[in-house]
Design a protein around this ligand. Sequence first.
Ligand SMILES: C[S@@+](CC[C@H](N)C(=O)[O-])C[C@H]1O[C@@H](n2cnc3c(N)ncnc32)[C@H](O)[C@@H]1O
Length: 245
Amino acid sequence: MGNVWQDFFDYHAPRYLENSFTKDTLAEVDFLVEELNLPPGSSILDVGCGTGRHAVELARHGYRLTGIDISDGMLEQGAHAAGDAGVEVEWVQADAARYTPASTYDAAICVCEGAVSLLSMTDDPLSHDLAILRMVHAALGMAAPFVLTVPNGLQKIRHFSQDDVEFGRFDPLTLVETYTMTVEDPRGHREVHAREKGYLPSELRLLLEAAGFEVRHLWGGTAGRWGRRPIELDEIEIMAVALRA
Ligand SMILES: C[S@@+](CC[C@H](N)C(=O)[O-])C[C@H]1O[C@@H](n2cnc3c(N)ncnc32)[C@H](O)[C@@H]1O
């Protein structure tokens, strides 16, 4: 059996771009281009690239893109999108927590919960995400920028109740939420359990530092509302901008 998120995204891939949180790609890419501030032709690694909505747009801006994702279904959508846009993107099917990068990149992005924070029922939350951050660190050249967005732990704390803790929907020790999702594949229609970790801003800073990054900014990072602005307590995602130290 594959990773639960792999099963889910393989199933969900044809409908992924119907999600409202995917509708601001062009503005997000403008933000990334400005924030990464790279000369044309620079190489960018997109971790958990999904259908490649950022990778393809960044390739249209003249960058060399590699997208890693655990889901073949999502990568297939990405390959179609790159073909339609007339750009080249290197697609790599891999679990980002177990991947050894083959090249060195000038920048990396991991946005909209691209692998970091997406856990199976057995992953240790911090070890899982630290393995991905270390992989990104190993993939980057010195002082290369990295933009990461993750679920906002402050929002989860404010959203969940003591009942959610008692029913196992939210773990106050790790800020991990447990989901039940529907998947349909050749094995039939079934419900799967998966988990997503929320981060406190200071916790995210420490984990990035443990992986060898210098954190430059912690901003609000909710899809559709990216900007150089403070984190709001109830927003869905936070953004870190870090440099490979
Ligand atoms: C919410 S989507 C985000 C996709 C893309 N970054 C975007 O902004 O649209 C999460 C993606 O992470 C991928 N993913 C989940 N766990 C992963 C892992 N361990 N390694 C690589 N990709 C993973 C999923 O297959 C999915 O494509």
